[in-house]
Design a protein around this ligand. Sequence first.
Ligand code: F6P
Length: 550
Amino acid sequence: MQSRESLPSWQQLTTHVQVMKQQHMNDLFAADPQRFDKFSIQLPTFLLDYSKNQITSETFDKLIALAKECQLEEWRTKMFNGERINFTEDRAVLHTALRNRSKSPMMLEGENITDQVEQALSKMKGFSEQVRQGKWLGYSGKRITDVVSIGVGGSNLGPQMVTEALKHYSDNSLNVHYVSNVDGTQIANVLRPLNPENVLFIISSKTFTTAETMTNARTAVKWLTSSSFDDKAVAKHFVAVSANKKNAMAFGIEENNIFDMWDWVGGRFSLWSAIGLPIALDLGFEKFIELLEGAHEIDNHFCEAPLEQNAPVILALLSVWNCTFLGAQSQAILPYDQALHMLSAYMQQAEMESNGKSVAWDGSEIDYPTVPTIWGEVGINGQHAFYQYLHQSNNVVPADFIGSVESVTPVQGHHETLMANFFAQTQALMQGVDEPQVRADLKAKGRTDDYINKVAPHKVHKGNRPTNTILMERISPRTIGSLIALYEHKIFVQGIILQICSFDQWGVELGKGLANEIEKELRDQSVNKKHDSSTAELISYYRTVKQKII
Ligand code: F6P
């Protein structure tokens, strides 16, 4: 396999980056009044401005050449055609089929999976309407008022992030809660105020083997049956979403209450499937479809727009530029919209579980930096916590700023204050302020020379910190669908450029296996496994202290 480093475009970028490291974005903006027009894209649901990156037209052309030399377009076709591009798990990658609103045939091994998807959607529609209209009754004949979704990782983050983002669109006919943590505090806190007669549980697990989810699900069954005194109540109060029907049925879920999932949908790309059932229950099925439509629009854009005007392609290439070539090690996701307060947590799984790897397709070690650590917080809270670091630390952290022109919850005077900060921060991160300016400002304030000499270096902001700005009109099911699909395709493109298997997650298995073994030791003092001295002593300390407490 030809390594990426041997590609002509890669080698040109390696030389070019040495020149670009010396360039300040202030000079690039001063030299080119058209810079914003050149480096921004208007899509139906948002504007993407990427002009505040350390790039020129030459950089951009080289990055596009890299995408072409990596045969990105061919790989994209393979993904949409259902080829088994997730070769380490021998699976196709077809989450796009879940939101194929054109309903054109999508084939997987000779079968049109669009039909399966439509059937699954129609089951979700029927079920969500029954529950929302109070026609689905609990064991004592009462209507459902609360839905508790139990799942973790991809079976939790997507639906919960979207539920939070679209709260404004809920008619509150149901209260939707999420339980992901095996720390009993979470499920106890969620269940304590609820009446089992009114609660519907959704057990979301693609594999139906995830230990944390199974533990929470068993606790939920106990909680229900200790109120109903009858195991039959489970049929009225439990549904499952899983690709493992056998395990779900063995757990005690009625066959009719199981919603399908497929091995061609990765967990972290699954909110478009019945994993999104809590969203449909909360917002109503029509709004769930609008979410799918927003994503489908981006799928079409990704497939049809030339690479030079293709938003997910550009975001991915900029990530490669900033991280692999310029050396950034982390990337901040900074929403200036309270509705998106879970976006960075969602993006952590999406990007880091997909591309946080260091082996290429052919199994060789990758010796260039791949994807960054993803982190973030809603912008204003971040400003008063870690933006100091963004502005003045010696680590450059590229950041995505995401905001809306209109708030879905207008409160007089608030939105302009919020958005003034949104615009000011990317400007400040890009422009900075140099020492002569700092000195002049202090002088103008009447400060002494002594004071100025002491303080000036501390007030210098070097600027030149890359940001992308995504500006939506307002949060809606459609814009959220588009936003998520934008990042999903960005992640796919990153994987292709960096030769990473984006759709497996072997790195989470080792810890899971060890935890299973250690759990036996924590439950039974006579079990002692072999560990390093640190782990052995920690477990021993835990067991000793626990014995004293109990
Ligand atoms: O541990 C990581 C992971 O395998 C994720 O990839 C997945 O989204 C999550 O666990 C939950 O898995 P499941 O849906 O099978 O319970």
